[in-house]
Every structure is written in C-alpha cells, then in structure tokens.
Design a protein around this ligand. Sequence first.
Ligand code: SIN
Ligand code: FE2
Length: 207
Amino acid sequence: MNDLFSNVIEICAGMHLLPSYADSSELQQPLNSVLAISPLRQMVTSRGFSMSVHTSNCGDAGWVSDRRGYRYVNIDPLTGQPWPAMPVEFTELAQSAASYAGFSGFVPDACLINHYQPGTQMGAHQDRDESDFSQPIVSVSLGIDARFFVIGPERRGTSIPVDLSDGDVVVFGGPARKHYHGVRKLKASTHPRFGSVRWNLTFRKAL
Ligand code: SIN
Ligand code: FE2
C-alpha cells in the first residue's frame, strides 16, 4: 500500500479510481509464484474464438471460458489441481482498496489474472458470473498503461474513458457493479519492472 495515498476519483456512481494505490513492486513476486503453479493460457469463448488476453487465476475459485460458456471452477482445467491460494499481499490489497472505496468486509475468493500485450484488448462486457452482486469488483493494474472504458448498464451508449497506469486500482460496486466495461487496444510502451506488458488483477466474491 502506498502510504502517501489520499486520493479517490469518482468515475461514475459506484465506481472509484484510487490512483497509485497499489505498490506493484510488492505484487510481482507473489504474481510469479501463482503463475508457476497455474500458468497463463489463452481461453476460448463459447463461440470458439481465442481471447487475445492470456489469463490465469488464484483463490478458491477461478473464472474460465470454453465452448460451454463462462463460469467459476475450483480446479484449474489446465493442471487438474486446485488454483493456487490467493497470496496474502493480494488479499490485503483488495480488502483495503474495497474498504477505502466504501465496501468494508469484502473477502475475495477469486482473482482473475489478465495479461495484455500491445495490440490486445477486451471488448465491452459485464462481470456477471459471480453469485453475490452486493460485493464489489476490485481491479488492480500493473505494468504499461491502458485505456479502460465504462459505458453503463447497457452495452450501447457513450463510454467514459479512464487511463490506467501501474498501481492504479478501480473499485466498482453498488449501482456500477454490472456496468459494461472493457479495455481499448493497448499501445506499445515499456514499464521499468514489468517490461512491455500490462497485468490486471480483478478480485471478486465469486462463490
Ligand atoms: C476486466 O474487465 O476483466 C479487465 C479490466 C482491465 O483489464 O482493466
Ligand atoms: Fe470485467
């Protein structure tokens, strides 16, 4: 956590940006430990298209996509083993960011890890595979910059752009919990610690 932190920006009702809230130097090693157990992979959508983003998970549940659709599962289909435990650094960050944004008592049981290379993107979608929508989503960005966007409860409409850099945290819940959102195509750049990639960790109460 950044001790100098004092800033919260409301993106829209229920969605807050905590700039530079996370200290990414404390997250890199736990991230690598998770990926040593459950490596990155490219999932396939129900229509059979490969996602451009590579993913993995940690925690009791992991989000997967395949020809059968989207869901949370306890076993990593790639390894046949449970997902790696959520590192304590991850849990503490997600809990404190959530409570800073007004969601005290958030206990994430799933962390989806997304790995973006320049040229990759994430189309507008809702996070709606979780069981309890009273709980927020906490999204942590690491590495190179990206332009995130949020639309609203419908897929169509004007989007609000949000530029996210290393360490930025977005918390969305309440009226924004099911807002459509996504990530524009990443521009090439380099981060001193993470190189030419972006990581996004999204913490959820899935089960
Ligand atoms: C997501 O919506 O799952 C990812 C958001 C991001 O990469 O910032
Ligand atoms: Fe999402």
